[in-house]
Design a protein around this ligand. Structure first.
Ligand code: 3PG
Length: 216
């Protein structure tokens, strides 16, 4: 039975990005995030060894639900699923990527930024989309405008989200979760300061819990 990732995201509504070109670093980063309470992460396809990184996290960090992020093509989606991706995230909306994920019965969150893309996603049967790049594409007011028309659609904004504006995004009822790289700063990872990653995760979990309480 496929897991209900959307249900998990409802209670852990923050999806950090894991970007690494060394599987060991991806594993340590993922463990640090999970230790802070963030148990869903995107391993992004932005390095030559991203696929190995994803596979290592999928195999060695059972406490993490690892998906593939920055998936640009159906071929990449297939490779990611073979490597153990539990979900797929794309910056844009591509029918082929969506089809591969559906064929394998795994969640897919393609990026949208216009009403036409959103309508297309709706007609592909998608219930949750990424909104990227959120801060440049209209932020919270744009999400409110979208959700007044696409009333059943849920959103995962990413791009420009930080501890400073996370609560504001999560206060929008249509926002299922927020994603971002602020939880995995390159400088901390470069110096092996994984404790900082855990601290950032703990802070995000607190902000999210408060935002969800305020929203009730
Ligand atoms: C993504 O792929 O979701 C974005 O690159 C995240 O944007 P951020 O780096 O501003 O968090």
């Amino acid at each position: 039975m496929p897991m209900d990732l959307n249900k998990t995201l409802q209670s852990v509504p923050v999806v950090p990005l894991v970007q690494a070109d060394d599987p060991k670093v991806a594993v340590l980063t993922s463990r640090a995030l999970a230790a802070g309470g963030l148990t869903v992460a995107e391993v992004v396809f932005r390095t030559d060894r991203a696929l190995e990184c994803l596979q290592a996290v999928a195999e060695e960090v059972p406490e993490m639900i690892a998906g593939a992020g920055t998936v640009l093509s159906p071929g990449q989606a297939r490779a990611a699923i073979k490597a153990g991706a539990r979900f797929i995230v794309s910056p844009g909306l591509d029918d082929g990527v969506v089809a591969v994920a559906k064929e394998h019965g795994i969640p897919v969150y393609p990026g949208i930024v216009t009403p036409s893309e959103l309508q297309h996603a709706f007609n592909l049967g998608l219930e949750v989309v990424k909104f990227f790049p959120a801060s440049l594409a209209g932020g919270v007011p744009m999400l409110k405008a979208f959700s007044s028309v696409f009333r059943s659609m849920r959103f995962m904004p990413t791009g420009g989200i930080s501890a400073g504006n996370l609560a504001e995004y999560l206060a929008v009822p249509a926002v299922l979760a927020c994603g971002g790289s602020w939880l995995t700063p390159a400088a901390a990872i470069f110096t092996g300061d994984y404790a900082q990653v855990t601290t950032l995760a703990i802070d995000a979990v607190k902000i999210a819990a408060q935002a969800r309480r305020d929203g009730k």
